[in-house]
Design a protein around this ligand. Structure first.
Ligand code: SF4
Ligand code: SF4
Length: 360
């Protein structure tokens, strides 16, 4: 049986929640990264190519306590490198709290301030990325962000919306379950700042001397960890043991209305991805021109990583879609330009928001 698209724990929960399996995005060919230049020098048709030594693994993921514990407890060979990198993060102590492992404030600030560096800069590379074989050391236990990010989406913005809604749900589940683990383990929360309890991560942009120099203040660490100080790995594994047996119904009960709302939103996003409705009136959405040749124009709509090519003939006739009825626009297009849009092209133009719904 092939690996599920999602990490096994999240796959089990989503199998219980969604009407069908979550399948990968076929145009994001990770085994031969579609965003990187080829050895013969062929460049991908995107705003800028990625660096094969980084690919899309351009940030340091926040890992909730139960995922840290699951990595440490997993004896699968695919997780061996991840155990090393997670132990390195724990030993470094930066962003290591009972809620999980968060990014260092310096890395987070660099990431936020960078421009066109995602996928390129090695300074931003994830500590769990295994450069030698271009794999993820914690693949089986990666977080919601990593499990849902794709550079390309079969259904453009419609597909992107589905994955971002799933990300929002998994983010909320991770935050809530990380807090639930503190209650389960009778952890005294007195030492944790309230802002940290809410988000699970240190505030970005707060760079004191310790943060800038990569040092950890031992007094803060002992305040954070209380009776568990020095036993961080044991704590994380205890969290994983609490979460591993939970059914999706348990997760919904524990996590409350926040997660309930996101779960409902995900079902709506699933249905939207299944639907192929054509609005009664269409107008043009916004796009940036990336390149043009005799075949047509390559434009960026919802993402710089997933441009679309509009055929040259159609490019000169887009102005017919000005809010008049879709039926009339098609008729004029046929009468005046002899053009007929087939279903596949029309679907792509809608999915990529070249055409958008025009309210009456
Ligand atoms: S999702 Fe990441 S690794 Fe996969 S093809 Fe896209 S950029 Fe490459
Ligand atoms: S955790 Fe894995 S998938 Fe996520 S950024 Fe790091 S290497 Fe990439």
């Amino acid at each position: 049986m092939s690996d599920p698209t999602l990490p096994p724990l999240y796959d089990r929960w989503m199998t219980n929640h969604l009407p069908g399996p979550v399948t990968p995005e076929p145009r994001a060919t990770c085994e031969d990264c579609v965003m990187c230049s080829k050895p013969d020098g062929t460049m991908p048709a995107v705003a800028y190519p990625f660096n094969p030594r980084v690919r899309c693994c351009s940030y340091t993921p926040h890992l909730p306590n139960f995922l840290v514990g699951a990595i440490l407890a997993d004896d699968h060979p695919a997780t061996a490198a991840g155990q090393v990198s997670v132990r390195e993060r724990i030993a470094a102590g930066i962003g290591v709290t009972p809620l999980g492992l968060s990014h260092s404030p310096v890395t987070a600030t660099l990431h936020n301030a960078s421009v066109n560096a995602h996928g390129v800069s090695e300074a931003l590379r994830c500590p769990h990325y295994v450069v030698e074989d271009a794999t993820c050391g914690i693949w089986r236990h990666r977080n919601g962000m990593c499990a849902t990010w794709w550079c390309k989406h079969e259904r453009g913005a419609t597909g992107h919306h589905f994955w971002m809604t799933l990300k929002a749900l998994l983010d909320a589940v991770e935050q809530a379950l990380a807090r639930w683990c503190l209650l389960e383990l009778d952890y005294g929360v007195g030492g944790l700042p309230m802002t940290l309890i809410r988000s699970g991560e240190e505030e970005i942009g707060r760079l004191d001397a310790n943060a800038l120099d990569g040092r950890v203040d031992p007094s803060v660490q002992s305040l954070y960890w209380g009776a568990w100080v020095g036993r961080e790995e044991e704590f994380y594994q205890a969290c994983a043991a609490r979460v591993a047996p939970l059914a999706w119904k348990d997760v919904l009960d524990i996590c409350g209305p926040d997660v309930g709302l996101f779960a409902k939103g995900l079902l709506d996003a699933w249905m939207a991805r299944e639907a192929h409705d054509v609005p009664a009136r269409l107008r043009l959405g916004g796009f940036h021109l990336l390149g043009i040749n005799e075949q047509g124009a390559t434009v960026v709509t919802y993402s710089p990583f997933d441009p679309i090519t509009i055929p040259a003939l159609l490019m000169t006739a887009l102005h017919y879609f000005d809010g008049r009825s879709t039926e009339e626009a098609f008729q004029v297009l046929a009468d005046e330009r002899g053009l007929q849009l087939d279903d596949a092209l029309l679907g792509a133009l809608l999915d990529y928001r070249v055409f958008v719904d025009a309210p009456e």
